[in-house]
Design a protein around this ligand. Structure first.
Ligand code: PMP
Length: 290
């Protein structure tokens, strides 16, 4: 991955209906989104020049905005078209797209009823989120002290910028202690997810994953549930307690960026990368590259 900062790269970014030069895609410091986190975004993966599950991502982007009380002034068709055009224009074969919608600068206060809603779509080549070598060994997760909030505390089903504040804090703490990522519990103390990916546990020949009732029901999570069922694996969505983790046979994360990433360690508990994880990694690779 290039160390060139993201604001110094070449290419084009789609902004509010037109392609502009990458370096000109700026916003004013007095933008509502910057001060009050009135922004929602997506993370999309490009495989062989095609955006995987584009329709689902665009739908979630619109839904995320609606959860935050605003409408994106571009319909699904326009967003999908712009996204595909961008991939072509940048010549991305394997990469990542980042659409983001936010409230502009007309009002600078908690109330933001009259702000203009902006939409930008950026994209870049990006082969893998986690180090590929580390990936087959399994990543190491540190338990976070931060908890996913209840649906009465935050718009938990929105992919909203503000919800990532505790993810960054958790991940930084994990990295400081030599781990790769953090495992977050929910406000009840049950297992929720990692900082940017959902989590699955293999118990015997069954696949278990926490109920997505206070965090994103990831597009990859849903894809993996389908792929596991196609293999005849029983999938159980349920409350999972931290005390059960040690008895899991395999653990893995799922996400657009993380894809299927095996977990080798959670705190003191170790796991090997087993057959279920490896099969689902293969299935996911096949479906994304088909
Ligand atoms: N949870 C969080 C906090 C995330 O950021 C992501 C990545 N978007 C996910 C779960 C997984 O979602 P998806 O599979 O749709 O990428």
């Amino acid at each position: 991955m290039s160390l060139l900062p993201f604001d110094k790269r070449d290419g084009h970014i789609w902004l509010d209906g037109a392609f502009i030069d990458w370096k000109d895609a700026k916003l004013h410091v007095l933008s509502h989104a910057l001060h009050y986190a009135s922004a929602v975004f997506e993370g999309e993966r490009v495989y062989k020049g095609k955006i995987f599950k584009l329709e689902e991502h665009t739908e979630r982007l619109h839904d995320s905005a609606n959860f935050l009380g605003f409408n994106i002034p571009f319909d699904h068709e326009k967003i999908n078209h712009a996204s595909k055009q961008l991939v072509k224009k940048l010549g991305i074969s394997n990469g990542y797209l980042r659409p983001i919608a936010w409230r502009g600068s007309e009002m600078m206060g908690v109330s933001a009823q009259e702000t203009t809603i902006h939409l930008a779509i950026a994209g870049w080549a990006w082969p893998s989120y986690f180090d590929p070598e580390q990936r087959l060994k399994g990543i190491r997760l540190k338990l976070s002290g931060w908890k996913r909030p209840s649906p009465e505390t935050a718009p938990v089903h929105s992919k909203a910028a503000g919800l990532y504040m505790i993810c960054t804090l958790s991940k930084h703490e994990a990295e400081r202690q030599g781990f790769d990522d953090a495992l977050m519990l929910d406000w009840r103390g049950n297992i929720a997810e990692a900082t940017g990916a959902n989590i699955f546990f293999v118990f015997g020949d069954e696949l278990h994953t926490p109920l997505a009732d206070c965090f994103l029901n990831g597009i990859t999570r849903r894809t993996i549930i389908d792929l596991a069922k196609q293999r005849g694996i029983k999938v159980i969505e349920r409350t999972i307690n931290l005390s059960e983790v040690d008895s899991a046979d395999e653990v893995f994360l799922t996400g657009t960026a993380a894809e299927v990433t095996p977990v080798g360690q959670i705190e003191e508990s170790s796991f090997s990368v087993g057959e279920v994880t490896r099969n689902l990694m293969d299935d996911y690779q096949n479906i994304t590259n088909s």
